[in-house]
Design a protein. Structure first.
Length: 359
């Protein structure tokens, strides 16, 4: 048993958080399986409409009576010109031709209402709420706390961790640059905040007094013990769960996870306008030739949605966003519960091995 500040704070058996992964991978089945196995299951709800969030929370509650988390994107105020959007649309039309979809002259609706999403979380008294892409207002944090919710923020630098602590979060997810998915960076350019987990975690631990959760490239019990040694109170694993049967990731995406190598991921702005790490695709490669500016998140995300959705329907992973971290070669397709069990077993073995060192 590894008891830490986080296991006590979240009332979980193991210091393992399953990363919220918006866009489909995190299903009620996955979150509940992780929570039932003693970790903290969670749902990436950033793209979900408020009613869908409510339904999802209820579906999780039908499957577990253990704590679980819901994650939201802190909204941004994107600013771009009509000319940038038009130029991007022209470029994207070449992909649309390849996929046989009609050209898309208008910018689709880009984001759910954050206020309405928060209202549902307050009404449902969700056990844990986490945020990425920024800091919610102190009013939001206080309102959640008043409902008994534990609030987590995501930091990619020490400064972001300090800002989140000052805003009142209970704990901080330190997201190293190995991480799959979008960078949570919000106080500087994401390209200037690519700090690896091993360097980031102890620096954040030194500079904040709330517990720290290590994320990025952690795939098993070795990563758990390494993170605890760096001062983290828990780990958050995303890629490790992507190919599990409970994950809602597209079958072609799971297949790519299971067959890829550790050097095939890269950080791209192509799909969403925000830095994110994923398996290299034809879509990403063709963006290397793009000379214009990429509209910021969430505009670019909305502009590429039809391409990603059509590609998923046609089973064409080369046009899909295949977010994954650098540890993906250690991913396996076992059940979420067995991933948790094996992580703890392996962590115990590592502790045994370490205790023999120096004897
Ligand atoms: C497919 C995918 C989607 C993600 N979506 C979110 C999200 O919606 N919210 C969030 O806070 N983090 C998101 N992340 C990042 C994770 O929270 C976490 O930082 C990351 O998975 C840790 O690195 P790992 O993938 O190497 O385990 C996502 C990661 C992946 C792989």
């Amino acid at each position: 048993m590894f008891q830490t500040e986080i296991t006590r704070m979240l009332d979980i058996r193991h210091p393992i958080l399953q990363a919220p992964m918006a866009g489909g991978p995190t299903t009620p089945d996955l979150a509940a399986a992780v929570s039932n196995a003693g970790g903290l299951g969670s749902i990436g709800a950033g793209y979900l409409a408020p009613d869908r969030i409510r339904d999802t929370i209820r579906e999780i509650r039908q499957r577990t009576d253990r704590p679980f988390g819901i994650n939201l994107f802190v909204p941004e105020q994107p600013c771009t010109s009509e000319a940038t959007i038009a130029e991007m649309n022209d470029f994207l039309n070449s992909f649309r031709v390849e996929l046989g979809i009609a050209s898309n002259p208008s910018t689709p609706k880009s984001a759910e209402s954050f206020e309405d999403q928060i209202r549902i979380l307050l009404e449902e008294s969700v056990p844990v709420v986490s945020f990425t892409f920024g800091m919610p207002s102190e009013d939001v944090i206080q309102a959640l706390k008043a409902r008994g919710t534990t609030v987590l923020g995501t930091a990619t630098t020490v400064e972001e961790a300090q800002a989140l602590e000052a805003a009142g979060v209970h704990a901080i997810v330190a997201q190293g640059s190995e991480s799959g998915g979008h960078r949570g960076t919000f106080l500087k350019d994401a390209a200037d905040a690519l700090i690896g987990t091993m360097a980031l975690v102890p620096q954040v631990v030194e500079h904040v007094s709330v517990p720290v959760v290590a994320a990025g490239g952690i795939m098993d019990g070795r990563g758990l013990i390494a993170s605890l040694a760096l001062g983290a109170s828990a780990i958050q694993m995303g890629t490790a769960f992507l190919a599990s049967p409970e994950s809602g990731a597209h079958p072609a995406y799971k297949q790519k996870i299971m067959s890829s190598t550790e050097d095939c991921t890269e950080v791209t702005y192509a799909y969403s306008g925000k830095a994110a790490r994923g398996i290299r695709t034809k879509f990403m490669e063709e963006f290397r030739n793009y000379q214009g500016a990429i509209p910021p998140y969430p505009i670019q995300n909305a502009m590429t949605r039809d391409i990603r959705q059509t590609a998923a329907q046609a089973n064409l992973p080369e046009y899909m966003s295949l977010w994954a971290g650098q540890g993906l070669r250690l991913a396996d397709d076992r059940s979420a519960a067995s991933i948790i069990d094996r992580t703890i077993e392996q962590a115990n073995d590592v502790v045994g091995m370490i205790s023999t060192l120096g004897k």
